[in-house]
Ligand binder design. Structure first.
Ligand code: SAM
Ligand code: SF4
Length: 330
């Protein structure tokens, strides 16, 4: 799949559910309304859709959400999809998770060929953790990360940089990751979806400020390492550790974008930061043959936009796109 700007699309991110057992302050309002269950694709339909993308050249699949591991029977889908790893059609099957259920599934995930997972942790302070996630507890998440590691799964930590909340913890988080052998990526908060009374401008911490802070203690060497995503990496000369930065607001890397995103209702979003989408559920359900679906995928890719226009400042406090990150996955 090649889009109008010559970019090869080889990465599909799938939000398997919009539901979650946490309510992170930058992601959802506490009284978030979720989709009626009847609107969701079945796991069989998700398998068919993902498999169509694999046939079209997708080499990397990431399950996300909402919290992917709270979807009932999600392991059935992961087991099914693992056949594409075995056949060599897929290079990587992975997930992004809040870690609450990861310990329970770690061994089975490893057996399905999952080699890496991203776990989101914004703080190592248990009280702050519960304040940020509203419903989460840090202890079980840390236990899950250990369990995943012991099962042979590499863990990357994702940390959303939050002004006045975790900016004082950057060194602690980096030191902890260095000790445990985890990579870490810091993410700028993005203006997606209504989050109730919270104000994005209050949350927004430009990663450039965080980098400047890290430089007061460490030497940051720019490196060429890429995972095909928007993160740019440095190596900390003193610890040898790799640290990533995702800076959609201060910098965007749309020119090398290789991904599209599927929601749990079968809508394909060609860009995280734009509203244009394609309904793949209708062609999927219209016939058992994949011809219509394949046509709809081609048509969608031909509409992939050049980039997003995220902006957070005093004049733009509301969401740039109405849907939440949990709908299209982070
Ligand atoms: N529940 C899983 C988790 O938290 O890892 C997967 C879905 S979550 C939407 C994926 C990632 O998006 C998480 O790392 C989360 O911190 C991040 N995220 C959510 N809302 C965001 C926002 N408005 N701006 C930046 N990152 C956000
Ligand atoms: Fe749930 Fe992940 Fe959103 Fe937090 S960031 S509310 S864990 S989907």
């Amino acid at each position: 799949m090649i889009d109008p700007f010559g970019r090869h699309i080889s990465y599909l991110r799938v939000s398997v559910t919009d539901r979650c057992d946490f309510r992170c302050v930058y992601c959802m309002a506490e009284d978030m309304t979720f989709l009626p269950k009847a609107e969701l694709l079945t796991l069989e339909e998700m398998d068919r859709l993902c498999s169509a993308f694999v046939q079209k050249g997708v080499r990397k699949l990431r399950l996300t959400g909402g919290e992917p591991l709270v979807r009932k029977n999600v392991m059935w889908l992961i087991r099914r999809l693992s056949r594409h790893l075995e056949s060599g059609a897929l290079d990587e099957l992975t997930l992004t998770t809040n870690g609450s259920q990861l310990g329970k599934y770690a061994a089975e995930l490893a057996a399905c060929g999952v080699k890496r997972v991203n776990v989101s942790i914004d703080t190592l302070d248990p009280h702050k953790f519960t304040a940020i996630t509203r419903w989460g507890k840090l202890g079980p998440v840390l236990d899950s990360i250990k369990a995943a590691n012991e099962a042979g799964i590499r863990v990357k930590i994702n940390t959303v940089a939050l002004k006045g909340v975790n900016d004082d913890e950057a060194f602690d988080l980096i030191d902890w990751c260095a000790r445990e052998g985890y990579d870490i990526t810091f993410i700028e908060v993005m203006p997606m979806g209504d989050i109730g009374g919270e104000n994005r401008l209050d949350q927004y911490l430009p990663i450039s400020l965080l980098r400047a802070k890290l430089k007061t203690r460490y030497t940051l060497d720019e490196i060429d390492y890429r995972t095909g995503g928007p993160a740019r990496y440095v190596r900390i000369a003193e610890t040898g550790q790799r640290v990533g930065f995702i800076t959609p607001l201060t910098h965007n890397f749309c020119e090398s974008c290789n991904r599209v995103r599927l929601t749990c209702t079968g809508m394909l979003y060609m860009c995280l930061g734009q509203d244009d989408s394609a309904d793949l559920r209708a062609p999927l359900r219209a016939s058992d043959d994949d011809a219509l679906l394949m046509e709809a995928i081609d048509e969608a890719i031909s509409r992939k936009p050049k980039g997003h226009d995220f902006i957070i400042d005093r004049r733009h406090k509301g969401p740039a796109v109405q849907r939440h990150m949990s709908v299209t996955g982070g």
